[in-house]
Every structure is written in structure tokens, then in C-alpha cells.
Design a protein around this ligand. Structure first.
Ligand code: HMG
Ligand code: MG
Length: 310
């Protein structure tokens, strides 16, 4: 008999205050697939998105309208959007770095975009070919035009806890970049541990820098196995939107030390156990990640996928 038939995980609430419900911002189709060595066919991406929606996820970061020279894995963004069977109640945000990307996203009919800033100079150069200041000059017309067109704009901050070239990143430096994104008009800020080096105390400290800001999300990569612990720390600080990727796919092509994101299955197992609602059917999600692992030709790094899929 499997653990699920035995009613596991047992639901035991935390003695600490946690949100009643967590919104999972699923980044597998974007953060996961942007980092694959091979190009995943658009039909497989579309089936992946459909299966993720079937499992109850309601925010699916679908793709990026970035330079195809920089991220060839997502060069099919137009085809993907054209083929997408958009479900009611599901939003499909896309990454947009510049006005060229916004033009493409508007043409494709998207309603949610995300801009992505770096907290450090080195990563701004490597990921956006900009300085920290230049990235804001690039984003400003994107946000202004997107909002005028009625789009919702999320802002990411990368390298929030450590940078592979610059080392530790001061929380005040991250907060400065994050607040500039909010001032531009972002409706939500996602704090990214791009290379997965953060530990829980750092997470609490950084969230403390954003006291009074409700619209925070966290985005942990799991390089050092800290993503779930860091997520719990963030939830205890009142964060209720968590980014994760089905099966733990992910990484960043411009930060080699980045591995997969927090696996959505690992997150859902923890939240199910804590009695925090997500609306996600864990068994359906595990089946999807197992199917995707077959398509990618390697096993999922998610502990929960491996435990449940057998
Ligand atoms: P650049 O080379 O300075 O830009 O790159 P450019 O303006 O000189 O353009 C170069 C070529 O790309 C030109 O084509 C442009 O037309 C074209 P050419 O004239 O040579 O034929 N181009 C575009 N084509 C289509 N769509 C566009 C676009 N823009 C330019 N939007 C640029 C600057 C920002 C474009 C580039 O650096 C870029 O695309 N970067 C994206 C990198 C990326 O996607 N990284 C991964 C996402 S971030 C991430 O994973 C972190 C996150 O998960 C959070 C975390 O973990 O911390 C979000
Ligand atoms: Mg990421």
C-alpha cells in the first residue's frame, strides 16, 4: 500500500502562524524549460501546460519573450501562446525584458507579464547585458506601456542572497532594487535565490527589509537543499505566494551554478501536511512530472516525485 492510501502526509497544523492558503506560481514551463540542453517541442510544452492546469495549478508561467539568441529554448513563445488552450481561472504570465518583448507579448494577447531585475552588477550584465541602472531604463517603458494596456506586471529580483561572482549580497542592496521595481508599478515582487544558497535566517532578514509590502513572493532554487526550509521561513513571515517548478526542473542559463527550482511536489507535500490549502492534486502533479521526466530522458530531482511515483 502506498503512503497516499494510508492518508499521508498526516495533516498537523504548525504552532506558528501560517497563511491559510498559498498561491503556487508554477515556473516549470519557463524557468524549467529555459535551461534544458535540448529544445523541447512546442507540442510537449503545450501538453505540459494542460496537465499542470488539470492538476489544479492556477498560475502557470508559460514562457519568455526574450531574445531567441539568448534563450533559444523559448524561441517558440508565439507558437506556444497561439496553441495554448487557456483555461478559465488560470493565468499564464510570461517574462518580458524590453519593449521588443512587450510588443511580442501584446501581439500574442497575454494579460500578465513579469520583468526580471538583478540585484547585482555582474548578473545584470550577464543576464540582461545591462548595468543595474540600465535595467531600470529598459523596464520603465515596458511597465508604463503594459499597465496602460491593462496588463498585470510582476517584478523579479535575482541574486537576492548570493551571487556566484560577487559573493554575499547585502539585504539593503536587494531591497533597493526591489523597491525601485515596486515604484515602477509592479504589483508583486518575487525574491529570487537564483543559485540556491540562502538559508532561513537570511530569508527572514530580507523579508524584514520589505516591512509593509504585502505583495511579496519567494523564488527558491534548491542547489543546497534549502528551498523548502527557506519557504517555511518565508511563510512564517507572512508570504503567501511561492514559486516552484513541477518535478524540480529549472536553472538559469546565465548562472551556471543554478540548479532546479523548489519542486512543486515537495512544496505541496509540505503544505498538505500543514493543512495549508493549495488546490493542487498531488497525485496528478506527480504523474505529470513523471511523464515530463520521460520526455526529457532523465529522472526528476524531486524527492516527493520519486517517493510517490515509485
Ligand atoms: P542584447 O544582446 O544587449 O540586446 O540583449 P539587443 O537589443 O542588442 O538585441 C540582440 C538581438 O536580439 C537583436 O537581434 C534584437 O532584435 C533581438 P539582431 O538584430 O541581432 O537580429 N532581441 C529580441 N528578439 C526577440 N525578443 C526580444 C528581443 N530583444 C532583443 N525581447 C536582452 C539584451 C535583454 C535582449 C537579452 O539580454 C535577453 O534576452 N536576456 C534574457 C535572458 C534570460 O531570459 N534569462 C533567464 C530569465 S531570468 C531568470 O531565470 C531568473 C528568475 O528565474 C529569478 C531567479 O531565479 O532569480 C526570473
Ligand atoms: Mg529562477
Amino acid at each position: 500500500m502506498g503512503t497516499r492510501e494510508l492518508g499521508l502526509p498526516e495533516k498537523v497544523p504548525s504552532v506558528y502562524s501560517l497563511p491559510e492558503r498559498v498561491t503556487i506560481w508554477e515556473v516549470g514551463p519557463r524557468d524549467g524549460l529555459q535551461n534544458e540542453k535540448s529544445i523541447v517541442p512546442v507540442e510537449v510544452k503545450l501538453e505540459f501546460l494542460a496537465r499542470l492546469a488539470d492538476s489544479g495549478l492556477t498560475t502557470l508561467e508559460a514562457t519568455s519573450f526574450v531574445s531567441p539568441k539568448w534563450v533559444p529554448q523559448l524561441a517558440d513563445a508565439e507558437q506556444l501562446l497561439a496553441g495554448l488552450d487557456q483555461r478559465e481561472g488560470v493565468r499564464y504570465p510570461v517574462l518580458v525584458p524590453n519593449e521588443r518583448g512587450l510588443d511580442r507579448a501584446l501581439e500574442a494577447g497575454v494579460s500578465h507579464i513579469a520583468i526580471f531585475a538583478s540585484a547585482t552588477e555582474t548578473f545584470a550584465k550577464k543576464n540582461l547585458n545591462s548595468t543595474v541602472d540600465e535595467q531600470f531604463a529598459m523596464f520603465e517603458p515596458v511597465v508604463t506601456r503594459a499597465r496602460a494596456a491593462g496588463l498585470d506586471v510582476r517584478g523579479y529580483v535575482s541574486m537576492c542572497f548570493g551571487d556566484p561572482w560577487e559573493g554575499a549580497v547585502p539585504a539593503a542592496q536587494v531591497a533597493g532594487v526591489g523597491k525601485r521595481l515596486l515604484d515602477l508599478g509592479c504589483s508583486q515582487l518575487s525574491l529570487g535565490d537564483t543559485i540556491g544558497v540562502a538559508t532561513a535566517g537570511q530569508v527572514e532578514t530580507l523579508i524584514g527589509e520589505f516591512a509593509g509590502v504585502d505583495a511579496l513572493a519567494v523564488h527558491f532554487h534548491d542547489t543546497y537543499g534549502q528551498a523548502l526550509a527557506n519557504t517555511l521561513a518565508a511563510l512564517r513571515c507572512g508570504v503567501s505566494t511561492v514559486d516552484s517548478s513541477a518535478g524540480g526542473l529549472g536553472g538559469c542559463p546565465y548562472a551556471e551554478s543554478a540548479t532546479g527550482n523548489l519542486a512543486t511536489e515537495d512544496l505541496v507535500w509540505m503544505l498538505d501536511g500543514l493543512g495549508v490549502e493549495t488546490g493542487v492534486d498531488l497525485d496528478a502533479l506527480v504523474a505529470t512530472s513523471k511523464w515530463m521526466a520521460g520526455k526529457l530522458g532523465r529522472p526528476s530531482p524531486s524527492r516527493v516525485v520519486n517517493a510517490l511515483a515509485g
